[in-house]
Design a protein around this ligand. Structure first.
Ligand SMILES: Nc1ncnc2c1ncn2[C@@H]1O[C@H](COP(=O)(O)OP(=O)(O)OP(=O)(O)O)[C@@H](O)[C@H]1O
Length: 324
């Protein structure tokens, strides 16, 4: 993809083309293209070592790529592009907060580093606290905060200078459910305000819940990209049936049920509990399968159907599980 002739396609906040990075003999990012529009939460997913952090570091201007180019709002992010970098907000996994200062004092000192002064600084601090749901704790010291509250303060810091694009690297790692929800709400508000967000995570359920659009990386390459529904379209598996039976499934029954039209896979999820996951080509196959189990004398302790997960998609694309 050549982005040099087309600096800002409609609504694109971030564009990257042909990004590559090598460490010694290992090319950890192997030609990544990405276009991130305003008002989108993009999930960047992949197993450990897929190249997510390296990609984000290049997109955020922290690491020079060996090849390729990044543009923010049409401006090249290379060399001494301070004005462009000022449009970027980054929530890294680790950030040095001043533990003995209050949340507001932390924000004021980071805001001053961004060059904010006077009423602009007051306003930026108040709205960042508000968005992170920390206004009531504005004057509490950070060393009294939970891990989740500190993470929310990280997010507030990254937003002080009103960036157009925000990178969040695993922002919910080790965070309590209340803070997790507060983080999700804050990110949805940012999206609705027209920010472009790139959200890196290992947690597939989070990505499915929060992200409008997903980019799945593996071994430094984009394996799949698109809205969640379009990614699911790529899977032959359209539904999953989870059952827990009253007794072990006899081998002959397993063979016969597994051979039924529309049944793609039968997998024991917990042999001791006689629990099985059945992959189906369409949801409509499920009722007949449940009746067939009943006719063979199996009671059902538990029955659930769901759409296949992103885990399944990853397995389909790469032949490997996301979290081995
Ligand atoms: N500074 C470095 N020097 C050498 N190798 C590196 C360096 N940084 C990353 N790597 C290697 O590059 C590969 C990609 O790492 P990266 O951290 O980008 O992956 P990731 O998808 O973010 O993984 P994780 O989820 O574990 O953070 C890994 O094999 C890693 O060991």
């Amino acid at each position: 993809m050549d982005i040099s002739q087309d600096p800002a396609p409609h609504g694109a906040v971030l564009q990257a083309a042909g990004l590559r990075k090598r460490y010694g003999a290992h090319e950890v990012v192997q030609g990544i293209d990405l276009i991130l529009p305003a008002g989108q939460i993009r999930g960047l997913l992949g197993p450990n070592g897929a190249g997510k952090s390296t990609t984000v570091a290049m997109l955020a201007g922290l690491l020079p790529p060996d090849a390729g180019e990044v543009r923010v709002l049409g401006q090249r992010l290379a060399g001494d592009a301070q004005a462009v970098k000022a449009r970027i907000g980054l929530v890294p996994q680790e950030l040095a907060l001043h533990e003995t200062l209050t949340a507001a004092q932390n924000l004021r000192s980071f805001g001053a580093l961004y060059g904010l002064r006077g009423r602009a600084l007051d306003h930026a601090v108040a709205s960042a606290l508000d968005l992170a749901g920390l206004a009531p704790q504005a004057h509490s010291r950070v060393d009294t905060f939970s891990g989740g509250m500190k993470r929310r303060l990280h997010i507030a810091v990254a937003l002080l200078h009103d960036p157009a694009v925000v990178f969040l690297d695993e922002p919910t790692a080790g965070v309590d459910p209340q803070s997790r929800n507060a983080i999700f709400e804050a990110l949805e508000q940012l999206r609705d305000a027209g920010k472009a967000l790139l959200y890196t995570t290992h947690y597939m359920e989070e990505a499915e819940r929060l992200c409008d659009h997903l980019t799945i990386l593996d071994q430094g390459r984009v394996m799949a990209e698109g809205p969640l529904a379009a990614l699911h379209e790529q899977l032959p598996l359209k539904a999953e049936l989870s059952v827990q039976l009253s007794r072990p499934l006899a081998p002959q029954d397993l063979l016969e049920l597994g051979d039924r039209p529309g049944v793609l896979q039968f997998e024991a999820t917990d042999e001791r509990r006689c629990a099985w996951r059945v992959g189906l080509a369409q949801m409509a196959v499920a009722p007949a399968l449940v009746i067939a189990l009943h006719e063979r004398g199996y009671g059902l302790e538990l029955l659930a159907t769901r759409r296949p997960s992103l885990e399944q998609l990853f397995l389909h694309l790469t032949g490997r599980r996301l979290r081995d």
